[in-house]
Design a protein around this ligand. Structure first.
Ligand code: ZN
Length: 132
């Protein structure tokens, strides 16, 4: 297991757009239906916008109708970490990048088969790379 990527706030700020920075480093949530990957259906892989780690494949993406890109599973279990999030008076499970601790979104257990999970992600936290 490689060590975590750690950068200062200043470094992240320089590397990211203000929206990417707000979502990934401060646990922000983009407005529903505004993200660029909500209806994105190309074949390829979604990477962490901060560190480039691959997180989700297009085969795991499904149309959840929520306004955020949604997936049934990560490319591999070790790609993500989850932690309890009780902010805003809700009990949720926050999903972060295992490589750089970027906030990505939340996971809910009301997804479709085969996993029954719904990884509700922010487009701003993802960087899509088409299959070559
Ligand atoms: Zn990352």
């Amino acid at each position: 297991m490689m060590g975590k990527i750690q950068k200062s706030d200043e470094e992240w700020k320089r590397q990211l757009t203000p929206e990417q920075y707000e979502v990934t480093r401060h646990g922000g949530t983009e407005q529903a239906f505004t993200g660029k990957y909500v209806n994105h259906k190309e074949a390829g892989t979604y990477h962490c916008v901060c560190c480039g780690a691959s997180l989700f494949g297009s085969e795991q993406k499904f149309d959840s109708g929520t306004g955020w890109p949604s997936f049934t599973a990560p490319v591999e279990q070790g790609a993500l970490e989850s932690k309890e999030d009780s902010r805003y008076g809700m009990q949720r499970v926050e999903v972060i990048c295992a490589t750089c601790d970027a906030h990505l979104g939340h996971v809910f257990d009301d997804g479709p088969p085969p996993t029954g999970q719904r990884y509700c992600m922010n487009s701003a936290a993802l960087d899509f790379q088409p299959q070559t």
